[in-house]
Design a protein around this ligand. Sequence first.
Ligand SMILES: *[C@@H]1O[C@H](CO)[C@@H](O)[C@H](O)[C@H]1NC(C)=O
Ligand SMILES: *[C@@H]1O[C@H](CO)[C@@H](O)[C@H](O)[C@H]1NC(C)=O
Length: 620
Amino acid sequence: MLFSLITAAAAGLAAVLTVQKLFYPYFWDDLIYYMKLQRVKRMMKLRMRHGVITLLDCFVQQAKKIPNKPFIIHEGDLYTYQDMDKRSNKVAQVFLQQGSLKKGDIAAVLMSNEPDFISVWFGLSKLGCEVAFLNFNIKSKSLLHCFNSCGATTLVVGADLITSLEDVLLTLQNNGINIWLMEKSSTFQGVNTILDKLEHASDDPVPLDVSSQTNIMSTFLYIFTSGTTGLPKAARISHLKAVMCLCFFQMCGATSDDIIYVTLPLYHMSASLLGIGGCIELGAACVLKKKFSASQFWNDCRKHNVTVFQYIGELCRYLVNQPKVAGEMDHKVRIAAGSGLRPDVWKDFHDRFGKIKVVESYGLTEASIGFMNYTDKTGPIGRAGFFNKCIFPFDFVKYDLQKAEPVRSDQGYCVKIKKGETGLLIAPVTSMNPFLGYAGNKELSEKKLLRNVFEKGDVFFNTGDFMMQDHDDFVYFRDRTGDTFRWKGENVATTEVADILGVLEFLQEVNVYGVSVPGHEGKAGMVAVVLKPEHKLDGRRLYSHLAEHLPAYSWPRFVRVQASLDVTETFKQQKGRLVEEGFSPSAVSEALYFLDESEKTYIPLNKNLFDAIVSGQIRL
Ligand SMILES: *[C@@H]1O[C@H](CO)[C@@H](O)[C@H](O)[C@H]1NC(C)=O
Ligand SMILES: *[C@@H]1O[C@H](CO)[C@@H](O)[C@H](O)[C@H]1NC(C)=O
């Protein structure tokens, strides 16, 4: 009796498991990921109940728990958790004594990747200031715009960056901005210095009433995001958002024993909140590099026994494109965590540098939405199942590229995509998932919102990113708005074309975009390429490869061969200038080619051919 019961139960269970395997093959992956996040959430709630509320609280707690553990390793210097805690106390004390800053003031930081970026950031935060990170690649007028847009009254400048400020220094001073230089003395008139005062400052924490922060929704940082058009915008980052970022490396599978290599600029969210924040949460050591260098990368990893590194965008492609050297697999790196890695690079990366676990994720500075690839499938940035939506609610809706806005039904509501389609990623704005907007610009903030999406009165954040959800609920990043163009009535996703071209053996780098051709609707595809050393552009091979993998409307009509590609400081490819220059041989000095469909190849684009295309003699 008992035996048959057990058999029946076992058979039942087996049937359930079979069904699960057949219809929900990723059920366990999803559930485990969900549980992991729930555990992190519970732990954070518990911590908050004990008064550890902000990122800074977590850091101070670690400095008490593991004072002598290395925290920041930089160009031969080592700062333990305690060192950094004390140094940031000193920074706070200097400003407190000078009386130039108080709780709620906004202070901007213009510094390179160096340990004092962190001590200044934490020091200012310890005073209850809101800190704005300025991008040091931005100069003169644009820098002034950024500075003014966040409403800062104080500017702290790294010793190596004061010269880049020369042309706006006077304007800043005339506007009554206090400027502080990370030096012992300064030759610039009216510029205060910090390091001389730091020497004599106390390393005690500033009084609690100065620093304590209890409103988790209040602004912690301003971080500039570039977006697709216009000048950078200062996104307001709440304490809650910063705290949510803390678990990044933990979710990637890193531990306190890991040595984490951060080469990305600290003024972005990736390096500061995910990178430095992620190290703090683990109590891990961070090797901080002033500037990413592809040629020094693996040597640095070996020298410091790096086990985890953080990447964004094209960083891994730069590593893959480096000339091969002996002993490339000779390192201890086990995890690469980041976002924006293309599938073709992913594979090359593994072949070349060994089995490193690549954790691809997606997140935004402005909104609380995140994906992570927690299965062993290559390519997707994450999953869109039931559990995932419990964590960060989101939806994909149909988009009209012509009108550059979501498709609306007859009732005026947005339309969800079907599985297998590409749509715009949007996320509901709620009290737990707020959008704090951009500093000082209501209009820009409103532009990022969609109203009356699925019902009257609801509000969603528009990420501007296109994603594809496949039939197994995997989510693939497709494009950013502006990166998709229309040709012959079809949508062409530039990343998709780039991914296909990326596997060609003679191409090192590709950047796909759309250009206007007189007399034609939409944009014709164009690709800027960098050839591999010792390789030529093989027009026939290029044609047959495209014909094999892509529909004709998405083939690039024009090719531009460049010596190197322009990239932004976030390692994203720059398209604006290329689009502007188009395919005119008189505007572009580099070699141009044109798709000749009848000959099934690409031919050099000269002035005559150009004129024939522009005059409509040759139809595309
Ligand atoms: C790296 O690891 C090796 C072997 O475990 C050790 O001898 C060396 O001191 C370590 N180097 C650093 C910088 O920690
Ligand atoms: C993400 O995908 C890559 C490529 O297949 C894989 O190596 C990696 O293990 C995946 N990430 C996780 C967390 O499993």
